[in-house]
Design a protein around this ligand. Structure first.
Ligand SMILES: Cc1cc2nc3c(=O)[nH]c(=O)nc-3n(C[C@H](O)[C@H](O)[C@H](O)COP(=O)(O)O)c2cc1C
Length: 219
């Protein structure tokens, strides 16, 4: 549904605390978080539209920001911008934990991107704002039926020059319809996990992502 029109209309009629709305239930945050897996292979038959990318960037005015400075700016790249897509494909790197696979597999490269830039020199507040922004945009993408990958392993100077950006890029999100099967693996609790056990891995075409569980996160 375009930009939650029904939700907005419902709130206009009934106010924020109106009766529970009938109809298809909206996904819970947990559902979105589960579906929000880092995706490194995309279905090229599906073309992401600029409208979708704008809806994703549009979450930003709703977000917390250090001293409300709002230091981040966004460059949308759509699949029809072939030169910008080529530059981003060439200067972003995926799956450092699985170097032997040379991800993405040919034919599954992303063709839609959001490049996040900063208006001020990088500092801790920029990075915290960046994390809030990146994750929020990823969740919006999932809500829209897309998946993505946060990419910090990229060549900022080449991306800045190649795209003619007026600001320094600090992260890239690649977006599209997932062509991957990804599963979370809950790690057993109550024991130490060496770094090797935290690494993501692939078996029979499935990408597995080990995650620590609540008892091991509490200190
Ligand atoms: C700040 C940040 C930077 C990341 N940079 C990259 C990257 O450059 N390339 C990549 O393949 N994945 C990158 N990732 C994705 C992580 O590898 C991924 O989050 C992790 O493997 C866990 O998988 P999950 O997101 O499905 O839980 C990044 C994630 C974050 C949060």
């Amino acid at each position: 549904m375009a930009d939650n029109f029904l939700e907005k209309r419902y709130q206009e009629v009934f106010g924020q605390n109106g009766p529970a709305r009938k109809g298809p239930s909206r996904p819970t945050l947990d559902t979105l978080l589960h579906a929000n897996r880092s995706t490194r292979g995309f279905d090229k038959s599906y073309k992401v539209h600029r409208r979708q990318l704008e809806a994703i960037v549009a979450v930003n005015p709703l977000l917390a920001s250090s001293v409300n400075m709002q230091m981040l700016r966004f460059r949308i790249v759509t699949p029809d911008e072939t030169e910008a897509v080529r530059i981003l494909q060439a200067h972003t790197r995926m799956g450092r934990g699985l170097p032997e696979l040379h991800l993405p597999f040919p034919g599954t490269e992303p063709e839609a991107f959001i490049v996040v830039c900063t208006t001020v020199p990088e500092n801790a507040s920029v990075y915290i704002d960046l994390g809030i922004s990146l994750q929020s945009m990823m969740l919006k993408a999932v809500e829209l039926g897309l998946n993505g990958l946060i990419i910090r392993n990229f060549d900022p100077a080449d991306v800045k020059q190649g795209l003619g950006l007026p600001l320094d890029p600090v992260a890239v999100i690649a977006l599209g319809r997932s062509a991957e099967k990804i599963e979370l693996v809950p790690l057993p609790t109550g024991q130490e996990h060496p770094v090797s056990e935290l690494k993501y891995y692939r078996e029979n075409g499935v990408h597995y992502v080990p995650k620590l569980q609540l008892p091991d996160l509490l200190i």
